[in-house]
Design a protein around this ligand. Structure first.
Ligand SMILES: O=C(O)CCC(=O)C(=O)O
Length: 236
């Protein structure tokens, strides 16, 4: 293990300035290997798996995915506890950050996620950190990760409009094995539609800076308005 900081000072500044930081090759193939094997095993049982979104949520926001039951496996925790990840998290959030919960989302053909911010409180510092990890290389047609840098500085979206549409200035990233994307919950992002028969999977372990409520991401905001996850209610 090296004592060197995994992120440079410029990268830390970039995260706070843009609301996101994309790091291809953050993890080695060996480091993501155990989680990739669990994902592979899950994908063989895809058709039997539940864990999809509600019809209303899918129709309003073009979000279509399944949650894979791999986040309770010790390998999930072990991946996010690797020294470079814990060190980078401290660099971005400070010492007193608080680990929340994890997800593994599988996106099948025609699935994706329309533009959204995972939280809708625009106060500076009121964000949850998404730590997104990809365990294998994906084709662009399986759904790129689109992010709108700087959008964490304002409330919501500047216009209503299609859930899947290009914005000037968006980043479009094709996930690769070992890539990590640190994305503020208040930075707009979407997952492009999967046009293949191969499921695309992302892991996410969320962390809050000190003082941020655990429930911040109960209220995401989409181009057409806010949604409350805990009651499955559209708030407009
Ligand atoms: O699937 C991805 O690449 C990102 C997922 C994401 O950001 C989300 O679940 O909000």
């Amino acid at each position: 293990m090296s004592d060197a900081s995994p992120l440079s000072d410029e990268q830390v500044l970039q995260f706070h300035d843009q609301g996101c930081l994309i790091l291809p090759g953050f993890f080695s193939p060996e480091e993501v290997g155990p989680m990739d094997a669990l994902i592979e095993d899950c994908l063989t049982r895809w058709d039997e798996m539940r864990g999809g979104e509600s019809i209303e949520y899918r129709q309003r926001f073009d979000v279509h995915l399944k949650a894979l039951p791999v986040t309770r496996d010790p390998a999930f925790r072990a991946l996010f506890d690797l020294p470079d990840m814990t060190h980078a998290t401290t660099q971005l959030l400070g010492e007193d950050h608080r680990r929340l919960y994890g997800f593994a989302f599988g996106t099948p053909r025609d699935g994706g996620q329309g533009w959204h911010k995972d939280s809708s409180d625009a106060a500076p510092g009121a964000f949850t950190l998404n730590r997104l990890v990809y365990t294998r290389d994906y084709a662009p047609e399986q759904g790129k990760l689109y992010i709108l840098p700087g959008s964490h500085r304002y409330f919501g979206f500047q216009s209503d409009g299609p859930n899947h549409a290009d914005f000037p200035g968006q980043l479009a990233v094709t996930p690769t094995a070992g890539m990590v994307a640190f994305v503020s919950s208040h930075c707009a992002h979407r997952v492009g539609l999967n046009a293949t028969d191969d499921v695309r999977v992302v892991l996410n372990s969320r962390v809050n800076p000190a003082g941020v409520p655990d429930t911040l991401c109960d209220l995401p905001i989409f181009r057409s308005g806010r949604w409350r996850h805990s009651t499955q209610t559209f708030l407009g």
